[in-house]
Design a protein around this ligand. Structure first.
Ligand SMILES: [Zn+2]
Length: 202
C-alpha cells in the first residue's frame, strides 16, 4: 500500500471513530508518521462485525483474534483503533509507538493486557460506563471543537435564523411596496389637482 492509499485508508477509518477520539488519533498518527508509517487496520466495528470476528477460531475456522464479543470492545463505540506500522511491521517497536500514543492521551493495549496493535481512549471510563452510554470528552486542548450534537444544534439555530430573517425581509419589502403605492396615488392626485387649477385660471 503506497503512502497516498495508506493515508486515504487512515482518513476513511478515522471518519468512523468517536468524535472526541478523532483529533487525538490524527495527532498521534502525524507524530508517528516518520518513524512508523502507521496504517489503521480497524477503527469502529459494529456489534455484528465484532461477533463475526469473535466467532473466528471458535465456531468458525481461523485463528482467535479477539476476546471480546459484540458490545465488549472499545472498537464497538469508536474508541479504539488497531495499527499496523508499515515500517517494521509486527516487529516494529510497539513500546515506542505506545509511548508516542500516551503523549496524546491514548492508551496502548486493551483492558490491562497488551494487545500490540490496539490503541484506545477511555478518558477514565470503564467498559461498563461506555456500554451505558457514557463517552469520554474532548481533551482540553481540543475543547474548542464541537460535538456532533452541538453541531446539529448550531445548524438548527442557523436555519431558524435564516427563516426568521427571510420573514422579516418579506415584511419590509411588503411595507415598502405599500408605501410606494400610497406615494404614487398621491402623486396622481396632485397632478389631477394641478390640472384643475390650471383649468380654473384659463
Ligand atoms: Zn483493537
Amino acid at each position: 500500500m503506497d503512502d497516498i492509499q495508506r493515508k486515504q485508508n487512515n482518513e476513511n477509518l478515522i471518519s468512523g471513530i468517536y468524535e472526541t477520539f478523532k483529533p487525538m488519533v490524527i495527532d498521534f498518527l502525524e507524530a508517528s508518521e516518520k518513524e512508523f508509517k502507521p496504517r489503521i487496520l480497524y477503527g469502529y466495528r459494529s456489534i455484528q462485525e465484532q461477533n463475526e470476528i469473535y466467532a473466528q477460531g471458535r465456531t468458525k475456522p481461523g485463528k482467535i483474534v479477539t476476546n471480546a464479543k459484540g458490545g465488549q470492545s472499545f472498537h464497538n463505540f469508536g474508541l479504539a483503533i488497531d495499527i499496523y506500522p508499515e515500517i517494521g511491521g509486527y516487529n516494529a517497536n510497539f513500546n515506542r509507538l505506545g509511548e508516542i500514543a500516551k503523549l496524546f492521551g491514548i492508551e496502548h493495549g486493551d483492558r490491562g493486557y497488551i494487545d500490540l496493535p490496539h490503541f484506545q481512549y477511555r478518558g477514565g471510563l470503564s467498559l461498563q460506563d461506555v456500554q451505558q452510554g457514557k463517552r469520554p470528552p474532548f481533551l482540553d486542548k481540543y475543547n474548542n471543537q464541537l460535538t456532533k450534537e452541538q453541531m446539529e444544534e448550531l445548524k438548527k439555530i442557523i436555519a431558524d435564523l435564516k427563516t426568521n430573517l427571510q420573514q422579516q425581509i418579506n415584511k419590509i419589502q411588503n411595507d415598502i411596496k405599500k408605501l410606494y403605492n400610497r406615494v404614487s396615488i398621491r402623486k396622481d392626485e396632485n397632478i389631477k389637482q394641478e390640472k384643475e387649477i390650471k383649468n380654473l385660471k384659463k
